[in-house]
Design a protein around this ligand. Structure first.
Ligand SMILES: C[S@@+](CC[C@H](N)C(=O)[O-])C[C@H]1O[C@@H](n2cnc3c(N)ncnc32)[C@H](O)[C@@H]1O
Length: 205
């Protein structure tokens, strides 16, 4: 099977790793949402060997993802999980880390809400969520190229689009997630890091 390949993953993996080295330093089990080609998983799994890295994606994407892990995963990865963010609940055990790259502008707004609902259910108190991708701030794009990208996204799928940081952070906050870092990344992307309040156990639904 020819493995799907993302050039962007090769470009952004090192800057993202720099964030994850800190953010996931104290974690043991990370669930990745929307693993796509599996290139990030293979790289981060190798660079962060203290983690059990659980990949996931929509069922239709699992054969290619599994093939990547089999070819390049060095036996390090559990089988990928079929996970649609709309699933309620997400059918996997609780984790202390969740990672997702380039998903929130692809999925529709109700799916973004479901993403944070699921995260709130699955992330243990004290756990860490890292989201990578483009965002808008106070209604403005961080670059002209992001605006062009957003217009392209809308034409392709009117439900998709670059999300407002303030809206996403409010969804996180409702689930007991406190923003601890917003790092500017190359190519006008952000890495957002939230920590789940240690007292958040009762407000996950
Ligand atoms: C732009 S790709 C990003 C893939 C990878 N994380 C990366 O950075 O290259 C978006 C991913 O989100 C996944 N996705 C789309 N809708 C989803 C949903 N409802 N639940 C979970 N994943 C979804 C897609 O299958 C795809 O793998």
């Amino acid at each position: 099977m020819e493995l799907p390949y993302s050039e962007a993953c090769e470009r952004n993996r090192e800057p993202i790793l720099a964030v994850l080295l800190d953010a996931f330093a104290g974690c043991r089990e990370v669930l990745e949402i929307g693993s796509g080609t599996g290139q990030h998983a293979v790289y981060f799994g190798r660079q962060l060997p203290h983690l059990r890295w659980q990949t996931s994606d929509l069922l239709a994407n699992l054969p290619a993802l599994a093939a990547r892990l089999a070819a390049e995963g060095a036996g390090r990865f559990p089988p990928p999980l079929a996970l649609d963010v709309h699933d309620d609940p997400w059918s996997t055990s609780r984790v202390d880390g969740i990672f997702s790259a380039n998903t929130l502008h692809i999925i529709a707004r109700p799916a973004v809400e479901a993403f944070f609902r699921g995260t709130g259910q699955l992330l243990v108190p004290g756990g860490t969520l890292v989201v990578y991708g483009p965002f808008r701030y106070r209604g403005s794009y961080t670059s002209a190229s992001n605006q062009t990208f957003d217009e392209w996204l809308h034409q392709r799928d009117p439900e998709s689009g670059i999300r407002d940081f303030e809206w996403v952070n409010e969804l996180a906050s409702v689930r007991g997630l406190r923003l601890i870092e917003d790092r500017q990344m190359p190519a006008n992307n952000q890495a957002l890091v939230w920590r789940r309040d240690a007292t958040a156990a009762g407000i996950s639904r």
